[in-house]
Design a protein. Structure first.
Length: 88
């Protein structure tokens, strides 16, 4: 038998203390766990450092950073066995 996950522990607390308002959040977390993916949106003003923040978080200079806005379109980043780019 495997050790309980953080979601299991949170579920036990929600059930024990009958915190019904958190049940949708727990269900959403379980869904992400099953899908093995999580979408995170990063919003901010122009030139606020979003690309720099993501590059630092990823540990690689993936997104362009410049004096003028260079990522003014929606950019989706995913993980895969090799680096590649898709343009739609």
């Amino acid at each position: 038998m495997s050790a309980p996950t953080s979601i299991d522990l949170a579920t036990n607390l929600v059930d024990r203390y009958k915190i019904l308002s958190l049940r949708p959040l727990i269900d959403s977390c379980r869904s992400f766990e099953r899908e093995n993916s999580l979408n995170i949106a990063v919003f901010g003003r122009f030139k606020a450092g979003k690309s720099s923040f993501l590059n630092t978080t990823l540990g690689i200079e993936l997104l362009p950073v410049g004096v003028v806005p260079v990522t003014a379109i929606i950019t989706e980043i995913g993980y895969g066995p090799r680096e590649r780019a898709f343009i739609h």
